[in-house]
Write a protein that binds this ligand. Sequence first.
Ligand code: MN
Length: 207
Amino acid sequence: MTDELERYRTLRDFDASPEPPGQVRAASERPIFVVQQHDASSLHYDVRLEAGGVLLSWAVPKGPSTDPRDKQLAVRTEDHPVDYADFEGTIPEGEYGAGTVLVWDIGPYRNLTTDDDGEERSVREAADHGHIEVWLEGEKLRGGYAFIHARIGGDEDNWLLVKTDDEGADARRNPTSTEPRSVLSERTLEEVAAASDEDDDGQEDGS
Ligand code: MN
């Protein structure tokens, strides 16, 4: 099967990883965004936008900011299945993206991107044009954000994520530091990792 998720599937062994295999969904009337904290070889935040039945994805080393003066490097990664949005758990050592994942923020979003004539441009098309503007309605992140294909250092995958200066902006909040818990399970990264360890022990003891 060849679709937008082929690269996602090729990189993973679903017998070894608890991640969902997933499939391309029908396009949604009410698309979601998700930000997953990922304690991989280096800690980062994966910011994902549902578009065309998959999650367009960027790895943001410093995480999204609520300060419009920050320009956060956002490295485009492979499209993920929409099912990935509520994935929390630990990808085992030796597997692609090994490390613990938690859902740091999730919610609906609206596409604000327009074309040269002021007509709405779909997020997929906007991604191809290298400029996406969205309005996030999460628990931690609210208001406008822009994804800009800036090709930092000449790298095609390098985008910038910038907060728009609006009522959701707050230069002092710094939620990646002050609000570390999962919005789904209220757990910290350490608690998700500990729960995954217990699951593994249970499997070893039980069979
Ligand atoms: Mn990641």
